[in-house]
Design a protein around this ligand. Structure first.
Ligand code: UFG
Length: 328
């Protein structure tokens, strides 16, 4: 019996595949490699193709005994989603519909879904609990909310049980040094900061220092990608034990500002990392911090890498040994 991981060649997907393999699971990966990397898949069976290709997807389900699905495959750039919303609804929402229909045809009854804090939009309260209002401020977050809703309706209708995991800011890299973060283009703060000590960028850009926070820069909740991967294994276990469909936040419960992140990277790399401040990036909430109490209570999930330096160090190890990502 195998676990199907869609988007298993992506950043969080590949770390979850690694974790599943370590737990002794049989893994089947589906990825169209638009943004994923073949080299990131450390084991299991890789099928290269798109969820919207029904012939392809039914072949994957016919050739393997799939018992659960962990679903990452999606487009995930906020800015791009505002320029090309149609592509996001097609790849994310329609892709998920195709997956759910195939699961239903094949009698697969469990799915763990990779959702996002972007479903909340500008948060009503911080730390953000799962009961907060969901009001995405960008098309990406809206597609994830639509995917969650669709997945939820497949439970009463078809008995497909689901866990949606709303992540805050995934960061860092696997301790084995073989997999890490490689987005093209890169838009995430930590890899961009580390491009300065790597000599690939003169300075890091701070998007606004006039937010209502202590140092004026945005505060985010960064959590190690392996802790995040571990939550998927626990969610799977929860569903296998008969848990009901639910939604969980995943974050560290701690917030760090952009300036604090740059400072941490200076400490870890020993490089001065010059910075320059420009106006705010559209759609960035000032503060996003998760309340993950529910995941801890119900899934038994625990943060094991809670020091900011540990996260930045693991990212630095990866970027230093793979300055061009998987292109090396
Ligand atoms: N930032 C900078 N300079 C940069 C890049 C980022 O100052 O060069 C700032 C951003 O303004 C933000 C913080 O650093 O305040 C973190 O930005 P990221 O782009 O790394 O991450 P986001 O918080 O914008 O996005 C993350 C995920 C998204 C998800 C979102 C949910 O990457 O997929 O959280 O709010 F949608």
């Amino acid at each position: 019996m195998a676990v199907l991981v869609t988007g298993g060649a992506g950043y969080i997907g590949s770390h979850t595949v690694a974790e599943l393999l370590e737990a002794g699971e049989e893994v089947v990966v589906v990825d169209n490699l638009t943004t994923g990397h073949r080299e990131a898949v450390l084991g299991g069976k890789l099928y290269v193709g798109d969820l919207r290709d029904q012939e392809f997807l039914s072949r994957v389900f016919d050739e393997n005994e799939i018992e659960s699905v962990v679903h990452f495959a999606a487009s995930s750039l906020v800015g791009e989603s505002m320029q090309h919303p149609g592509n996001y609804y097609s790849n994310n929402v329609y892709g998920t519909l195709c997956l759910l229909e195939q699961m239903n045809r094949s009698g697969v009854k469990r799915i763990v879904f990779s959702s996002t804090a972007a479903t909340y939009g500008e948060p009503e309260q911080v730390p953000v609990p799962e009961t907060s209002r969901t009001a995405p401020t960008n098309a990406y977050g809206d597609t994830k909310l639509a995917m969650e809703a669709m997945i939820r309706w497949f439970d009463p209708a078809h008995g497909i049980k689901s866990v949606s995991l709303r992540y805050f800011n995934a960061a860092g890299a696997h301790e084995n040094g073989r997999i890490g973060e490689d987005h093209r283009p890169e838009t995430h703060l930590i890899p961009l900061i580390l491009q300065v000590p790597l000599g690939q960028r003169e300075q890091v850009t701070i998007y606004g220092d006039d937010y209502p926070t202590e140092d004026g820069t945005c505060i985010r909740d960064y959590l190690h990608v392996s802790d995040l991967a571990d939550a998927h294994i626990r969610a799977l276990r929860y569903l296998r034990e008969g848990g009901s469909s639910d939604v969980f936040n995943l974050g560290s419960g701690q917030g760090f500002s952009v300036k604090q992140m740059i400072e941490a990277a200076r400490r870890v790399t020993g490089h001065p990392i010059p910075d320059v401040t420009i106006p705010r990036r559209a759609g960035d909430p000032a503060v996003l911090i998760a309340s993950s109490d529910k995941a801890q209570r119900v899934l038994g999930w625990k943060l094991t890498r809670d020091r900011l330096e540990t996260i930045v160090e693991s990212a630095w190890n990866w970027h230093r040994s793979h300055p061009n990502g998987y292109g090396d």
